[in-house]
Design a protein around this ligand. Structure first.
Ligand SMILES: [Zn+2]
Length: 219
């Protein structure tokens, strides 16, 4: 099990160190929180500080950079990682955890994803959201249990197996449905909000806007 360019002794030391860190991460919530916070700070700094960003490529050691430009080295390193991924279950799990974590983080920072989740919650919890807001092309319909409809936009497995919330096309004699995800445009997600609510992202915001709009309509 020679890992690429690492002699067995160094590999052993690294493994031991990683094992200690993993153990601490799993058992010490404070350490875990600090690691997460440090990462977040680095990310924020990277996003907001051009000077810091510029320095990043240089911070890889010259040693590192030179090797990373050598295709043979890169291929061998990748092959080594692939074989370790196949054979080392701990390594594989750690990798999967890390990928999952960054997926969750990316989603949490994605405005479309956030609005999609919130809108789903509001439609599930509040009848008045579904029934009284001025929806544009489709109206949300909540079923007591998961039902199957044909989504005009996709053939997602989850949708095929049935969901509780569907969006029915307004003013169509024949029923025409979209699933929750397809109802929210990829390029302009706020368009899924009702007329006059496009800039609103919280339930409190919806309540306030509704009162405002009703006051305007009366006055
Ligand atoms: Zn769909």
């Amino acid at each position: 099990m020679a890992h690429f360019l690492l002699d067995s002794q160094r590999r052993k030391k690294l493994d031991e160190r990683n094992e200690r860190r993993r153990f601490r991460l799993a058992h010490d919530p404070e350490y875990q929180a600090k690691q997460d916070e440090d990462k977040k700070q680095r990310r924020l700094r990277y996003a907001s500080d051009p000077q810091y960003r510029k320095k990043q490529p240089e911070s890889g050691h010259i040693w590192n950079t030179r090797k990373s430009q050598d295709p043979e080295y890169v291929e061998a390193r990748n092959a080594s990682k692939r074989s370790r991924y196949e054979s080392d279950i701990e390594f594989r799990r750690a990798r999967q955890r890390s990928v999952e974590k960054s997926r969750v983080r990316l989603q949490a920072e994605n405005p479309r994803y956030r609005l999609r989740k919130s809108l789903h919650q509001w439609c599930l919890k509040h009848d008045w959201v579904r029934e009284t807001l001025p929806w544009k092309t489709h109206q949300p319909v909540l079923f007591a249990s998961k039902v199957h409809k044909e989504c005009k936009g996709c053939t997602r497995v989850k949708v095929r197996e049935g969901v509780k919330l569907w969006w029915r096309k307004i003013g169509d004699r024949d029923e025409s449905w979209l699933c929750h995800a397809c109802h929210m445009p990829m390029d302009n997600h706020t368009a899924a909000m009702p007329y006059g609510y496009e800039d609103v992202t919280t339930l409190e915001g919806i309540i306030n806007r509704k009162q405002e709009l009703e006051r305007t309509a009366k006055g």
